[in-house]
Design a protein around this ligand. Structure first.
Ligand code: PMP
Length: 408
């Protein structure tokens, strides 16, 4: 059992007030708060270990290099990659998907080829493919989502053709909370000889991920959604696939040798890490992973499920019709909803005045909103530091807001 009150002390921001009300932070799917250990790691990095990494002969440079490469090994262990050089540090999920989309299109896609995505993707797993599609005349095929918010596996199966080259789908929907059956998704793709990229932005913070057990060819995620710093994330790629992709950017670090006649690219993972990397961010990222490992991913998952169940029950007790978007059997701790005919934005604004932070709008998933026939939702998303008491405050805030806006 997690001791939530003790855990909350690790997150100083949770003590603050907003408009003189205690902060109730329920926007964890957008970004998570940072434990003191992560912030301290950043401070310590800059105060005590700061020097540019790789190739430095001096003490600090070697210490910073070792810390950065140890961080890579931590990420490797966390997702159970086979080797540290299968972990590429990126700016986050978005950059990781762009890297794969760009490299894949450059090296492996021809006009008429097809990439399969799903109707529940975040814009960051739609637009990079559209950019490549426009350049190379590639078709994007979209697997449907059913009324419960689950991926329609028949629709997915039917999309495969002799021209399918890649599947790119999210593990967990940031809007619906749906946990997709990624193992099946991958097995089906592999039976057609097609590799799979999984967007793990919303899964890695909430559940144990083993990329080898899943068989994913690429798996991407962001540090800031798993209690780490902003501006850094990871791309896991199977060595055989990373080897096939050309560099994403050119510059220092990513070369073995440069002359004006010929440049030889560096080996993995450096081939994809042009320029000075965020070596302070990487160590703080690793610290965040150690933090959640200490709590235990299984305990985190169990407790967050309890919060989701409780919140789902409580909002259904409101004296107004509540539409919940995302009724999948297997859901992560995301609750998207609309109350009566109240606009999501009005609801979010008024909740904010009570110190309650939720997200409103299309959640960077406009095609999904269109499929649902709505413009946006109110989204509350829970992390292990949230409590049932906070959910009570949230539901009380909803009740007051409903009264104010419907003038009952
Ligand atoms: N995919 C999903 C499912 C997400 O929820 C997000 C962030 N909302 C992203 C991708 C993009 O992540 P980032 O902005 O950290 O690159």
């Amino acid at each position: 059992m997690l001791d939530i009150q003790t855990i909350r002390k690790d997150f100083p921001i949770l003590e603050r007030t907003v408009y003189d009300k205690p902060l109730v932070y329920l926007d964890n799917a957008a970004t998570t708060q940072k434990p003191a250990a992560v912030v301290e790691k950043i401070r310590d990095g800059y105060y005590n270990v700061n020097a540019n990494i790789h190739r430095g002969v001096h003490f600090l440079s070697q210490a910073a290099t070792e810390a950065h490469e140890e961080a890579r090994r931590e990420v490797q262990r966390f997702v159970n990659a086979r080797s540290p050089h299968e972990i590429i540090f990126t700016r986050g999920t978005t950059e990781a998907i762009n890297l794969v989309a760009s490299g894949f299109a450059d090296a492996l896609l021809s006009p008429g080829d097809e990439v399969i995505i799903s109707a529940m993707e975040h814009h960051s797993n739609i637009v990079p493919w559209q950019i490549q599609a426009a350049k190379r005349d590639i078709a994007i095929m979209v697997a449907a989502v059913d009324e419960k918010g689950e991926l329609c596996m028949d629709s997915y199966r039917r999309l495969f053709s002799g021209r399918t080259r890649l599947v790119a789908v999210t593990h967990v929907s940031n809007v619906l909370g749906t946990v997709n059956p990624v193992e099946d998704i991958i097995n089906i793709a592999h039976s057609h000889g097609v590799p799979v990229l999984i967007d793990g932005a919303q899964s890695v913070p909430h559940t144990r991920v083993d990329v080898q057990a899943l068989g994913a060819d690429f798996y991407v995620f962001s540090a800031h959604k798993i209690y780490g710093p902003t501006g850094i994330g990871a791309l896991y790629g199977k060595e055989e696939w990373l080897d096939k992709l050309p560099p994403y950017q050119g510059g220092g670090e990513m070369i073995a040798s440069v002359s004006f006649e010929k440049t030889v690219f560096n080996e993995l993972p450096f081939k994809f890490e042009a320029g000075t990397p965020d070596y302070i961010g990487s160590t703080a990222f690793a610290e965040a992973l150690r933090y959640v490992e200490r709590l235990g991913m299984d305990q985190i998952a169990d407790y967050e499920q309890e919060l989701l169940r409780y919140a789902t029950e409580r909002i259904q007790s409101l004296d107004v019709p509540v539409r919940i978007f995302g009724r999948a059997d297997h859901k992560s701790s995301v609750l998207s909803f609309l109350t009566g005919d109240i606009h999501h934005y009005d609801m979010g604004m008024l909740l904010d005045r009570f110190g309650i932070a939720v997200r409103t709008g299309h959640h960077c998933a406009q095609p999904l909103m269109k499929a649902l026939g709505i413009e946006g939702t109110v989204r509350a998303s829970f992390a292990f530091y949230n409590t049932k008491e906070e959910i009570d405050v949230f539901v009380a805030g909803l009740e007051r807001t409903v009264k104010m806006l419907t003038k009952r």
